[in-house]
Design a protein around this ligand. Sequence first.
Ligand SMILES: [Zn+2]
Length: 257
Amino acid sequence: MRNEFRLAGHGAARMTPRKQHMEIKGRELEYLERRGQRIRKMSISVDASCNVIVRAPAWAAHGDVEKFIAENYSWIENSLAEMSASRRQPIDGTDGSVAILHGKEMTVMTHPTNDASLEGRYELDRNAGVLRIFTSDNCSDAIPVLARFYFDMTAKYLGTRIPEIESITGLCAERYEIGTYRSKWGSCSSAGIIRFNSKLSLFPYELMDYVIVHEMCHLKNRRHDTRFWESVSSFIDDVGVKRKRMRSIALGVRFAW
Ligand SMILES: [Zn+2]
């Protein structure tokens, strides 16, 4: 009896933060909710790993917690941006910098050249983990060359993978496009056009697959409701883990374009 009482009053269930999701301003916010008898009022913090932690009294209604988060959402956004900006690795094509391809780090080596046939080209040595970029004399075009490298790598994978995933899901977009965006990895329009970010080859293949499936599932359901996540999960394992990995990889880098 005593053990049962201890579990109910002071046990692990109360101490372990619960992972929660809410949709806010069209975006999905994941946060860790800590409840406790000793917590008197609600508060929000952002830790060094960019986790949003919400503390609330045990008696607070779920709706009130969500309301509190909504009221403080701009603070959360700013804190996340600040926390991550300080730790981000620049992907900017400078000599000796890092380029991440499918989750693996490559060292960028710039080679200024006067040879017009080489200028603007790149050469990937996967085994050595080196990406050579041939630039003009003053290296001013390193970023466009690097941007084209990411575009090409993204296009290459999507080109082979989309038909395969179409046959698995039975879903097929009107058209697929690749564009360059700051913050979105994919989108699906009401006209059935799916767009992918040219920087998507940053991510390991299984995360690219997740993005492809995610956008394809939007062809049937434009919202992020329970049924949507069920359909994504019917094709992709551990969706929650994959989304978290994507977020942490994305938060770890800063593209120069
Ligand atoms: Zn979506």
